[in-house]
Design a protein around this ligand. Structure first.
Ligand code: HEM
Ligand code: HEM
Length: 275
């Protein structure tokens, strides 16, 4: 997938989520806006109620989407299912798509009526989705290979350039300038003094570096600084991400267990959707 197709991929998923949500709100607005005790008299009660053909259908399809979104991701991540064809990164995006659209459908399945033990499943679902958003934020802070595998600290450190050698050999800079430049690339806790880009430019001028090369030195330094920041953040993020799974996964499990009970209870009451 190149950049353009990736944009189309994401764009399509976001558009689908928006259109479906607008449709669900638009079509059921008058029903969901009716007070709970008056809904029974609404002309379309049998259609929109959680056990109605439409409401029940939303619950089933939404739950299936969540199940597929979770099992596909776990199958690929933990058991290398179709590892050749499914890139983890894209699959995570697909996980987020199905596990956002699914919960939206389930929300409309409940018809905004949160009663009984199954409401625990509903709120667990909300917790999983919210924790997912936070997890996604942490996830993108961790450098990865193009396939989506986490890079180890060692690998990231290996990406760092040997700055002093490059600056000395390629640009003939003296030691004090090199030290100044290195301290620009260092993270706060390691560096001696704060160096601004303006100071770097002056030093480059002073060292008689040709104008066209100044830009590439600045670019190199900025890249190194970004990498340096990432390395220092990496360990924190890796730890945080470990803790994060402690929120995302158990809520998903609670949800699963209660939804199974919920389905069993509804089946026992004879609700079989259209079958
Ligand atoms: C994450 C998944 C689900 C959640 C959070 C959920 C939640 C709910 C909630 C909050 C209600 C309303 C309870 C009330 O009347 O106070 C409900 C009703 C209902 N749900 Fe679900 N549901 C889910 C999935 C499903 C699935 C997969 C099915 C069917 C296979 C289903 C079938 C029903 C039926 C038949 C009712 C109506 C029960 C009645 O009127 O007594 N739900 N659900
Ligand atoms: C009902 C909705 C959802 C359920 C049931 C669910 C469940 C799961 C499960 C079981 C995993 C695998 C955890 C593991 O490998 O240990 C996972 C991973 C993940 N999910 Fe979700 N999820 C949901 C929604 C979301 C949403 C809405 C987002 C983001 C906005 C999200 C982001 C993530 C991320 C970032 C990972 C971790 C990837 C990794 O560690 O490789 N999830 N989810």
């Amino acid at each position: 997938m190149n950049k353009t197709t990736h944009k189309i991929y994401i764009g399509t998923m976001v558009t689908i989520i928006i259109i479906v949500t607008i449709y669900l709100v638009y079509t059921g607005y008058s029903y969901y806006n009716t007070a709970l005790e008056e809904r029974f008299y609404h002309p379309q009660h049998d259609w929109f109620k959680p056990s109605g053909a439409y409401g029940h259908g939303l619950g089933i399809i939404g739950t299936l989407m969540i199940l597929i979104g979770v099992s596909l991701y776990i199958a690929r991540k933990r058991y290398n299912f179709m590892a050749k064809y499914l890139r983890l990164k894209y699959l995570l995006e697909f996980h987020i798509f199905l596990c956002t659209l699914g919960p939206i459908m389930v929300l409309f399945h409940t018809a905004f009526k949160f009663g009984g033990i199954v409401s625990v499943a509903f709120w667990s679902m909300v917790a999983v989705v919210l924790s997912g958003v936070i997890g996604r934020f942490i996830y993108i802070q961790i450098p990865r290979t193009i396939e989506g595998r986490e890079l180890s600290l060692q690998e990231v450190k290996g990406m760092k350039t040997d700055l002093s050698t490059v600056l000395r050999e390629d640009y003939n800079l003296d030691d004090s300038t090199i030290l100044l430049f290195i301290s620009f690339t260092q993270v706060e806790k390691d560096r001696q003094e704060k160096v601004s880009p303006g100071v770097l430019k002056k030093a480059l001028k002073r060292s008689n570096v040709p104008v066209d090369q100044r830009r590439s030195v600045l670019k190199l330094l900025k890249n190194e600084r970004t990498l340096g920041k990432r390395i220092s953040r990496l360990q924190t993020m890796q730890k945080l991400f470990k803790y994060w799974h402690v929120a995302h996964l158990p809520f998903a499990l609670i949800m699963l267990v209660i939804v199974i009970i919920h389905i069993a209870v509804t089946l026992a009451f004879g609700y079989k959707w259209i079958f």
